[in-house]
Design a protein around this ligand. Structure first.
Ligand SMILES: [Zn+2]
Ligand SMILES: [Zn+2]
Length: 117
């Protein structure tokens, strides 16, 4: 799990910029290599505005990814569907948590593009 860089990031977001400091770091959030810094109060709320929107299951790759989840068009994460075909409440996508997830996402977008599954 520790082999994949984004899994070790703090991943606080502000206006779509993701903090690349280590998870649990003290002080201000910062995207390394930029002058952008922000505090906890300025960070985007973790909940994605896409929760509760209508969505359909995304098409599956031959390997079964994304396993019945739907693509959230707000944060571009794959999200569980509620029985009434709306997106479950979820935290905004902040980068894949594993190399497997990252490569599956890349394969999915390469296969199905951005035509909304
Ligand atoms: Zn941070
Ligand atoms: Zn979302």
């Amino acid at each position: 799990m520790d082999g994949f860089p984004t899994a070790r990031w703090c991943r606080s977001r502000r206006a779509g910029v993701i903090c690349t400091r280590a998870a649990g770091h003290p002080g201000l959030h910062n995207r390394v290599g930029t002058s952008q810094m922000w505090s906890e109060l300025e960070a985007d709320p973790p909940a994605c505005a896409g929760g509760g929107r209508h969505a359909a299951k995304a098409r599956l790759l031959p390997g079964g990814f994304p396993g019945g989840r739907a693509l959230c068009l707000v944060c571009w994460g794959f999200v569980e569907l509620s029985p009434d075909e709306t997106l479950a409440a979820h935290d905004a996508f902040r980068g894949a948590g594993s190399e497997e997830e990252a490569s599956s996402r890349a394969a999915w977008f390469n296969t199905y593009g951005w035509d909304r599954g």
